[in-house]
Design a protein around this ligand. Structure first.
Ligand code: HEC
Length: 427
């Protein structure tokens, strides 16, 4: 039940096709008892390409995903991404379905980016990644100065040398869907195989990939991962509603569920005291998980509509969150549970998303603002400064921090990676 509800109600997220007959029956029962009691896509406008779209585009995810709408360039990229991921589109169908989608599902109105001047200087540098339609999802700044990204829909990890612009791609197994990225002390790159239900390790010296499958088939959607100070990997499992721990020494994986149903564990970070924090995208909650007992303690946010996706930790161990649903930046004091919030500059629909704390400030991106922004918030003065990401940014889903303290990003729909070089810091 929970699984089906999730598929219907959470737009903009991909869930695997329903597998069992029981689930299908339940889905049908649900569909016929609601306003959705019609064929998927029946309400789509008529025109050449409609039937092909309905035949092909609903097999891996909800057809309603298409109604989000894109610019013409965006639609070309989306088709490219779906082909990379194995959507069975014949070459003679491409032009017709792309035209159909461009005509009928244009980009929805988005809040204009609100640009706030200030004294801090940045230089935003970006590079197109090697394979079109890769959907660079997460960025990773490695210790050697390279910038890695997960090419989620092209099933590859990419390594960019920012000094030369040279990119090397490492192929993963088909349908892996790499998502979160982290580097270990030996320079191996660990990733969540989001679609294949695994945690993987790439050795960049050899290109060898080792896979650790999640021991529970219900643990779908392994999402974001982090190393604790003892070298264990902690990861969230969004759709499967779990948090996991992988011992890289033995390969053992343990999974636990949060107390809240459909909590959708999402961003995960470790603080200076080695405490693991994660955020629930399906509930207004932020939580810790005990590193020995794996006991989860949830902190309730004051607004029931809050749905943060990601977290950052300040030098004082304060937890900063980007509230995607309400367009707020928030700060949770872990000692008292007290919360303070600030409205994000581009407003309630700006969808704050990737967030880091670096060089004395919070940095995050507003993923619906047009163009996407880089936002700096100074906790001392409580002042915002914002910049437009050249080329639109769309969509910065996560940030990392490089060895110079600069935020790095991946721009999934425009197929780029970039760095926000921080120059002079003002007040
Ligand atoms: C083989 C499986 C598959 C098929 C078939 C497929 N898709 Fe997708 N689609 C995906 C995956 C995987 C994602 C990424 C999901 C996520 O957000 O994690 C995705 C995401 C999307 C998105 C959101 C893109 C974004 O960057 O957020 C759109 C729009 C979309 N698909 C449109 C289509 C259209 C149009 C078709 C038909 C031409 C189609 N899909 C067919 C697998 C598929």
């Amino acid at each position: 039940m929970a699984k089906i509800m999730a598929k219907i109600s959470i737009a903009g997220e991909w869930l695997q096709p329903l597998a069992t007959a029981g689930a299908t029956l339940l889905a049908l029962a649900l569909l016929s008892s609601t306003a959705l009691a019609q064929q998927p896509g029946a309400s789509f406008p008529d025109g050449p390409g409609k039937n092909t779209v309905i035949d092909i585009c609903g097999s891996c995810h909800d057809l309603n995903r298409l109604t989000a709408g894109y610019t013409p360039d965006g639609w070309h990229t989306v088709i490219r991404m779906m082909q990379n991921f194995g959507a069975p589109i014949r070459s003679e169908e491409i032009a017709e379905i792309t035209d159909y989608l461009i005509r009928n599902f244009p980009e929805r109105p988005r809040p204009p980016a609100v640009l706030i001047a200030g004294d801090t200087q940045v230089n935003i540098r970006e590079w197109p990644v090697a394979t079109e339609g890769s959907r660079p999802h997460d960025p990773l700044a490695a210790h050697d100065g390279s910038l890695w990204y997960s090419g989620q829909l092209a099933n590859l990890l990419g390594r960019l040398d920012p000094a030369t612009g040279e990119i090397r791609e490492y192929k993963l197994n088909p349908q892996t869907g790499p998502h979160g990225l982290k580097e270990d002390r030996d320079g191996n790159i660990w990733f969540t195989g989001n679609f294949a239900g695994l945690i993987g390790r790439l050795d960049p010296k050899t290109g060898d990939v080792k896979e650790y499958r999640l021991p529970d088939a219900a643990a779908r959607d392994p999402h974001t991962l982090v190393f604790d100070h003892d070298g264990f990997i902690w990861f969230t499992v969004q759709a499967g509603n779990k948090v996991g721990r992988l011992d890289p020494g033995t390969g053992e994986i343990k999974l636990v569920a949060p107390p809240t149903a459909n909590a959708r564990p999402y961003g995960i970070v470790v603080n200076a005291k080695n405490v693991v924090w994660f955020v629930e995208f399906g509930a207004p909650r932020i939580a810790t998980i005990d590193s020995r007992t794996m006991e989860i303690r949830e902190y309730l946010l004051p607004d029931p509509a809050a749905r943060p996706r990601r977290l950052a930790i300040g030098p004082d161990d304060a937890i900063w969150y980007a509230d995607f649903a309400r367009g707020f930046l928030g700060r949770l004091d872990p000692a008292t549970g007290a919360v303070k919030e600030w409205a994000s500059p581009s407003g309630p629909k700006s969808q704050p998303y990737g967030i880091v704390f670096t060089r004395g400030a919070v940095w995050y991106s507003e993923s619906a603002a047009k163009p996407n922004t880089i936002v700096r918030f100074d906790p001392a003065t409580e002042k915002f400064q914002t910049w437009a990401i050249p080329g639109g940014g769309d969509i910065v889903r996560n940030l990392d921090v490089d060895r110079n303290g600069n935020p790095v990003m991946a721009n999934s729909l425009v197929n780029k990676v970039g760095v926000v070089e921080i120059g002079r810091i003002g007040h």
